[in-house]
Design a protein around this ligand. Sequence first.
Ligand code: IMP
Length: 431
Amino acid sequence: MGRHVVILGVQWGDEGKGKIVDLLTDRADGVVRFQGGHNAGHTLVIEGQKTVLHLVPSGILRPNIHCYIGNGVVVAPDALLAEINQLEAAGIDVTSRLHLSAGCPVVLPFHSALDQAREVKRGGQAIGTTGRGIGPAYEDKVARRGLRLGDLLRANLCAERLDVLGEYHNFMLTSYYDAAPVDVGALKENVIEWAEALGPMIGDVAGALGAKVTEGQSFLFEGAQGALLDIDHGTYPFVTSSNTGAGNASVGSGVGPAIFDTVLGIVKAYTTRVGNGPFPTELFDDVGARLADKGQEFGATTGRPRRCGWFDAVSVRRACRLNGINSLCVTKLDVLDGLDEIKICHAYRIDGEEIENSLMDAAALEAVEPVYESVPGWHESTVGHREVAALPGAARSYLERLSELVGVPIDIVSTGPGRDETIVRRHPLKG
Ligand code: IMP
């Protein structure tokens, strides 16, 4: 029997999921993306060489691993082709190992134009999206007017659908947002090129996964963004437009929910957020600046600086419960090296009362004040450590306290960006 693991970010994204997916793929047959799009940025460093992936699953750097983009992912064909070309130019065979679901909604130029025009119109209330058109592409899916990857292979249907989309979205762009229209004629030509280039990879991903699961293969389901950006359970409306949670690993790829053995949550040893919205433990002082600098906290997709703060055990505990997380991985522990004191938010205070579980929407979070406990820091370096026993005592105590507060065992600790700079206490694919 194969084993199946869902890997999720438990904060606001950028927890270092890509590295962990790549690491754990040593015991998997395939990696599946099930939500989000090229708003994601997954950074991998292997033998000092850095690769940033946006759409292609993080297993691609391991030979023989098959990578699947499930129906829950919105796919921008031009971005995907650019990524494939870049990987192939680096000598990595992608096209024979990448499988795209015919059900993936296509991200079109209308969507990025609308995303950007809306952000301008929102002014001070902007969400701080990546501007990649992710929200509008999901809107077209739900409105049942979108184009899906499988449609690219039906030239007439595709052209008809683009005419309808062009009429609708160009009206919005020009008449409501005062923005430039998209050239539908040029788009139709692009679509023919996309169909040719991507056609051989488009197929029935749900069917293929079902068969391989039955055969006994093992899969990693790679989440993008993070639990606090979930469209339903996150800091709405400052969220992304998909369900980032474990349930979507099933819906967004077409496998039954009973197959998963482990839901592995990835958290940073502190907290970061890119984009706008509430962030109770955000730091505006030297410590925040130090975390940003030492952690190189710049968005992998947009290059924007990330906001930094202390670990928020209240939101992580809630996200772990919501997603059935039963194993935790803590990343970037080394970024905390050299601090005299480290704070952990263990409760929120609302109207003078301490609470340990709160709704996460923006209005609720704006009203809370973090309640901190303080633990001693450590001055030794933890960079590259591969055994818990080798960590300074204060670092071990910090990890134990996080695990206790969140209620989930810590099975993996990342101590640097490289594949080898990791402590693996329990490998979720080891039976
Ligand atoms: P969108 O997903 O581009 O619509 O952006 C919505 C929110 O999600 C913004 O706050 C983005 O900064 C954030 N976001 C989207 N993708 C990522 C990611 O991969 N990492 C971190 N934040 C993200």
